[in-house]
Design a protein around this ligand. Sequence first.
Ligand SMILES: C[S@@+](CC[C@H](N)C(=O)[O-])C[C@H]1O[C@@H](n2cnc3c(N)ncnc32)[C@H](O)[C@@H]1O
Length: 270
Amino acid sequence: MTAPLRAFVLRGADAAAALDRLHVQAEVLGAIEGDGEVTVWLADALPPQPFADLTIEELPSAVANATSTGLEHDQPIAVADDLLVRPPWVARPVGFRGIELIVPRGMAFGSGEHASTKATLTLLHDGWDAPASFGDVGTGSGILAAYAAARGCPKIVACDVEEAAVAAARELLPQAQIALGGPETLAAADCVVANLTATELHGCLSTILTRWTGRSRLLFGGMREHEVAGVLARLPVAPDRLRRIEEFTAAVWAPAADVDQWPVFAGPRR
Ligand SMILES: C[S@@+](CC[C@H](N)C(=O)[O-])C[C@H]1O[C@@H](n2cnc3c(N)ncnc32)[C@H](O)[C@@H]1O
């Protein structure tokens, strides 16, 4: 029999901030966000919340365990026939023998549903060449780095400018080095990925290239159709492949021993 859950209603201006914090502090098994209130389901007691504008009410156990959590409709996300992403509360599909990335759906971007994540993951998966090190710029939940970990990559470095993302990725990948900041915080890596908006990518593209050894592949994701040409025009070499899913395109470049000689062109920026 499954252990009963506990449910807490958080009310006040700080309710959303408390939910963000809870995703880092505890395993949030369910959350329904309403108007000015959030109901969360946990396996245990609610950790202390240091917020001024917050009241907390625990629901009676019968109510907590009779109410929908909103998470029971989650499904595994098939990225390829042999690659899926699922949150921990969704069971492994019977008979599935491929690679599973188990990523909680929390506050950080990257639980596998977004087309830019899928496009980047697909290219990463196709032609994976077992790099000795992997760098993930804008790691979000850590999903792309989790792929490298699942493939046994011995050295994983990642960064994100959002504290919440760094906290989530560190929890998912305790063995990785995950820094708060941009690509300048990253150690050089053989395979480098960056699934960023085109504007973010343009802002740090030259720095990303200084972190790529060129021994394995380079991947950029997150470009909308009208932004692809502008990003590709910054690099002196054409990508090996493009992969578009819905409105997002990802690109992969083959290993390039001469990356330190690459001129990085200034424009166009859009
Ligand atoms: C589109 S999400 C991608 C998340 C995850 N890598 C994925 O593929 O699903 C982009 C992430 O990059 C982060 N970000 C944006 N600009 C950045 C920069 N210059 N350096 C590092 N991280 C950045 C954002 O905070 C966000 O978490």
